[in-house]
Design a protein around this ligand. Structure first.
Ligand code: URA
Length: 235
């Protein structure tokens, strides 16, 4: 348990003095109850803290699901291009969030932003083989031989040895769901280019147990639910 003013000011949104004023004027609630004093104690990981009725993210670690649009790079900073962090409000750009796993600039879909380095490390560790599922549209028509090649573990012309991957064809001949257990640079594009079927559109749908919330428009984000965080931790 920590003092409420300390928890709220650590979000970077308000100074300690502003927090005291918010509490004094009755704008802060903890678990639905109006906070009466800045010295009140709360649990930053479990108490529901709100200002003017809006939930405040103040847990030690933050986990956001982002529906990445095309045109942004998956990085925290870049000298030339806008990054995915530019989609967040300023206070969430200051708490050490980074994308757990990259998507290419033109790839859309599920991106996890967190400041929990240990969890991100586990999700990305090549040894953990966390499955990621992508929707892909290619130039040309996909065939059973492409599914077989993906399953066999392709070796690309530059020597990259890929693990066995899934390619499930969809009713449209140029569309499929691809399942990767690793994440090498431009991997799906390189695997499909090697099959003579360049990628025209790519969107990540899942990462381990996490599934892109289809109600989230492109460019929008939301905090993960407690259940989603638990599932990612393997719980
Ligand atoms: N494979 C790719 O080629 N690009 C991505 O963004 C993700 C997987």
């Amino acid at each position: 348990m920590e003092r409420l003013d300390k928890i709220l000011s650590s979000t970077g949104r308000w100074s300690r003095r502003e927090v005291k004023e918010l509490i004094r004027t009755g704008r802060v609630t903890v678990d639905g109850r109006r906070a009466l004093s800045a010295e009140e104690k709360a649990d930053r990981d479990h108490s529901a803290i709100a200002v003017d009725g809006e939930a405040v993210l103040c847990a030690r670690y933050t986990y956001l699901m982002l529906h990445k649009p095309a045109g942004l790079v998956s990085a925290t900073e870049d000298p030339r291009e806008p990054t995915v962090l530019s989609l967040l409000p300023p206070h969430l750009q200051k708490i050490g969030l980074f994308p757990a796993g990259r998507l290419d600039k033109d790839t859309e879909g599920l991106l996890l932003l967190t400041n929990d380095g240990a969890l991100a490390h586990d999700l990305l560790s090549p040894k953990k083989h966390v499955d990621k599922i992508y929707f892909v549209r290619v130039e040309g028509a996909l065939e059973e031989s492409d599914t077989a090649a993906f399953a066999s573990g392709m070796t690309l012309s530059d020597g990259l040895q890929c693990l066995s991957a899934g390619l499930e064809r969809l009713p449209a001949p140029d569309e499929a769901l691809v399942t990767l257990r690793e994440g090498k640079y431009h991997q799906i594009k390189r695997m499909l280019a090697a099959r003579g079927k360049p990628v025209r559109y790519l969107k990540r749908l899942t990462m381990g147990p996490l599934r892109l919330d289809e109600s989230l428009p492109k460019g929008a984000w939301r905090p993960l639910t407690a259940e989603e965080v638990e599932a990612l931790r393997g719980g």
